[in-house]
Design a protein around this ligand. Structure first.
Ligand code: AMP
Ligand code: MG
Length: 471
């Protein structure tokens, strides 16, 4: 195992040394063997007790120098100059044989100098939630942090009621956030800001180091990744729920699944998070918010002497960039081999139909795929006639069109009601739903008859309307 601590080697102001808690009874709930192998962690073996001990923070991972990272952030539009990892410990970085570097971080491993009033812990709910949602995201082909392990601690964590404690192990291309840049910019610590920018460039975008304006090019790369990321979220009906700048990565990965949810019935203005009172982070607002977050990033780069007009020009490109990624993803979802001018209108019409009729986002695409050669009925209103004309004009058979659609439209998403069921059963010691869901979500586009219940939309009485950060 090739382990390194490059972030811990940065100056003291970047982080605080921490020691993860020892916990009374670590027990492995989830272990992502496939990811462990991809990361070159085979030497950790498969002894559940030993893995539980390491990934609860009780036993030290060889070579690790645990730290909590300093960062700031705009939360719901308001700047908080110091947040930081209040319940997370970065164990360090694994470097794969291919030379790729990944952070390995424990979440819920105890108090840190950034904990403020919090206990630094997590209960089982958010741990299993993030495990399921982030792995599902990965298998849907969307950039995201990954889940390596979930470990029950044997401790009781006090939330609204006493809950079983757990620790989540997250793997990320890095944990650099827009908020990390804001932390140093707000303190006018330009030297550290420069060190951070150099580190970020070296780690994620080494090709910009030799450009004439590396910081403008850094913004361009990050904006491009964010445009692509948000287009993915929109295309799968994902609502992040807390798109604060401290949850906006420089790598372009999805991070922090607190109140995140995949939509069941489609609504443009859908909000799940219990704390998003004004719908700032509603589904349809996500592209605009991403651009707003990038503007906060750009402001920090101004402090490094980047040219304001050039930064603004990059920001101004964001809507078009987002739109072109979005159309490229939505086209095949509607059976289109190539996007034409008028297709944006067709896509908008489809979404309006789903919105106005409260139809299930995910399953409606699968149902539409089965109607490529339907003759008379219009299950999806006048849209359907127009759609059949458009898809029929491509010189492809209905079977080809359906096959294209089914290859990009998932059958399985992490249904909220199932996630909650997985959690409540796990609290009672039963991991069946958790394991079955993860299995189904590994192959989201494939019919899996024995797991077909997990593809179903919730009944009215099962529907989940609110999600919680769970901190
Ligand atoms: P999040 O909602 O995960 O984006 O977290 C926002 C901020 O609150 C971060 O600085 C977290 O480290 C901190 N935080 C969340 N939960 C806890 C907790 N249980 N103890 C201490 N800090 C926490
Ligand atoms: Mg966060």
């Amino acid at each position: 195992m090739n382990f390194d601590n490059s972030y811990a080697a940065l100056p003291q102001v970047f982080h605080a040394t921490v020691k993860p808690n020892e916990v009374p009874a670590p027990a492995l709930l989830g272990w992502n063997q496939g990811l462990a192998l991809e990361l070159g962690l085979a030497s950790l073996g498969d002894d559940a007790a030993q893995l539980a001990s390491i990934f609860s923070g009780s036993a030290m991972l060889a070579g690790s120098q645990p730290i909590s990272m300093a960062y700031a952030g705009h939360q719901f539009g308001y700047f908080v100059p110091q947040l930081g990892d209040g319940r997370a410990a970065l164990l360090g970085e694994v470097v794969t044989d291919a030379g790729n570097r990944f952070d390995v971080q424990l979440k819920g491993s105890g108090r840190t100098p950034f904990s403020r009033g919090g206990d630094g812990k997590s209960w089982l709910g958010p741990v299993l939630r993030e495990y399921i949602l982030s792995e599902a995201m990965h298998h849907l082909g969307v950039p995201t942090t990954r889940a390596l392990a979930a470990v029950a601690t044997g401790e009781t964590v006090h939330r609204e009621s006493p809950m079983p404690g757990a620790v989540f192990t997250r793997v990320a291309a890095s944990h650099l956030r827009v908020g990390t840049f804001e932390y140093f910019a707000a303190r006018k610590d330009i030297e550290s800001l420069r060190t951070l920018a150099d580190y970020a460039i070296d780690r994620h975008y080494p090709e910009v180091a030799d450009e004439k304006s590396p910081h403008v090019e850094l913004l361009r790369r990050v904006a491009k990744r964010q445009a692509e990321l948000i287009a993915h979220w929109m295309s799968i009906g994902f609502i992040h729920g807390v798109m604060n700048t401290d949850n906006t990565t420089i790598s372009g990965e999805t991070i922090d699944y607190g109140p995140a949810a995949y939509m069941d019935e489609f609504r443009f203005d859908k909000v799940f998070s219990s704390i998003d009172n004004y719908g700032r982070y509603a589904y349809a607002n996500q592209p605009t918010i991403a651009q707003w977050n990038l503007a906060r990033f750009a402001e920090t780069l101004l402090a490094l002497g980047a040219n304001k007009d050039e930064l603004e020009a990059v920001l101004a490109e964001f809507p078009d960039q987002y739109e072109s990624h979005y159309l490229a993803l939505m086209g095949p979802k509607l059976g289109l081999y190539e996007i034409q001018e008028a297709d944006a209108g067709l896509i908008a019409e489809w979404l309006k139909y789903l919105n106005d009729n409260g139809l299930d986002y995910t399953l409606s695409f699968r149902e539409l795929a089965s109607r490529a050669d339907a003759l008379d009925e219009t299950r999806f209103g006048p849209f359907e006639t127009e759609w059949r004309q458009r898809t029929g004009s491509q010189g492809r058979t209905a079977a080809e069109i359906s096959a294209l659609m089914n290859s990009v439209n998932p059958l399985f998403i992490p249904r909220n009601h199932r996630v909650e069921q997985a959690i409540s059963e796990a609290v009672d010691g039963n991991l069946t739903v958790f394991n079955e869901m993860n299995a189904a979500l590994e192959n989201p586009y494939t019919e899996q008859p024995e797991l077909s219940d997990y593809a179903k939309a919730p009944q009215a009485r099962e529907r989940v309307t609110r999600t919680f950060c769970g901190t």
